[in-house]
Structures are given as C-alpha cells and as structure tokens.
Design a protein around this ligand. Sequence first.
Ligand SMILES: C[S@@+](CC[C@H](N)C(=O)[O-])C[C@H]1O[C@@H](n2cnc3c(N)ncnc32)[C@H](O)[C@@H]1O
Length: 175
Amino acid sequence: MRGNSTASSVCGARKARGPATPRPVRILAVGRMKSGPEAALYAHYAARLRPPPEVTEIPEARGSAAEIRRREGAALLAALPPDAAAVALDLGGDAPDSEGFAALITRIEEAGRTACFLIGGAEGLDPSVTARAERRIALGPMTWPHFLVRGMLAEQLYRAQAIRQNHPYHRAWRP
Ligand SMILES: C[S@@+](CC[C@H](N)C(=O)[O-])C[C@H]1O[C@@H](n2cnc3c(N)ncnc32)[C@H](O)[C@@H]1O
C-alpha cells in the first residue's frame, strides 16, 4: 500500500506520543471561499471532525503566474506553525489510499506535531512550498478546482477519523 509505505517517513523522530487530545489539523489554503456549494461541501464534513480543522485562508496574489505562485507560496509558508508536519495537496504527489492517509495522520499526531495541509490557488503551489512539504499528496491525476479540493480533503479527514475509530462510515472492501 503506497500510502502506508511512506507515511512513516513524514514526521521524523520526535516524541513517541502526542497529547491525549488531538490537536486540530490545519488547512492553509489560497483563496477566500464564499458561500456556495463548495463552502457547503466543506462545512458538511468539517462539522463532523473532532476537533474541527482550523482554516487559514491566504489572499489570492496578483502579478504574473510565477509572481502569484511566489507570493502565495511565501504567505503559505509564513502561516505554518513551528511544529507543522506540512502536507501539500499536489498533483505531483503520491496517491495514498484512505487507510494510508489515516495512518499518516496517526503518525503525525503520535509525533506530537500539527498536520498542516497546503492547498494552492489557480496557479498552483510554488516550488518553495512543495520543497518544504514533508509529504505531497494527489487526489488522483485530474486537476480539481482549489475550493473543491478543500471539501474533498475534509471528506478524507472525516474518513480517516472513521477508520481510526473503527466507525462504519468507512466500509473497507473485503473479498
Ligand atoms: C486549480 S489547482 C492548480 C492547478 C495548477 N495548474 C497545478 O498544476 O497545480 C489548485 C490547487 O488545488 C490542488 N489540487 C488540484 N487538483 C489536485 C489533485 N488532483 N490532487 C491534489 N491537489 C490538487 C493543489 O493544491 C493546487 O495547487
């Protein structure tokens, strides 16, 4: 399982156990989401997460495509907390299955770090961001709109929570 094979490398050797109460995951995302179907999708799944994720929205930058990526990238990196385990949502990343994604969250929590998911804007993520990320994850090979990616990530976070709690929301395929 691809996701599991590299999940163990994301956190580094820190404390063996995290806090009893998991810290909220952080979502650092370019763009201000207005009310609409994408916001409703995100809210639907985020409301099921315990604790709920904390979202930091980075304003869309102006300029050439490269300038936009660089400015938005600098703002994304500046918003990372010191204990961040940075995970970039990136088309060039690997595509773990949901169990592998859940294992990644567990590893980050057990290392006592904060899982921080980085989502780019229309021009994508700057190379400085993908270089900083300890893990790059693709939601398949197709390009999705960034606000939709936020909702899709929230659903996978909820699925990961269900997997970790053995909740029947996630029905693993069995032969
Ligand atoms: C509209 S996409 C940017 C497309 C840009 N041309 C690129 O190649 O990254 C906006 C953001 O959504 C996220 N995204 C879009 N599709 C994705 C996918 N299949 N897997 C992971 N993240 C994706 C990435 O964070 C991306 O920076």
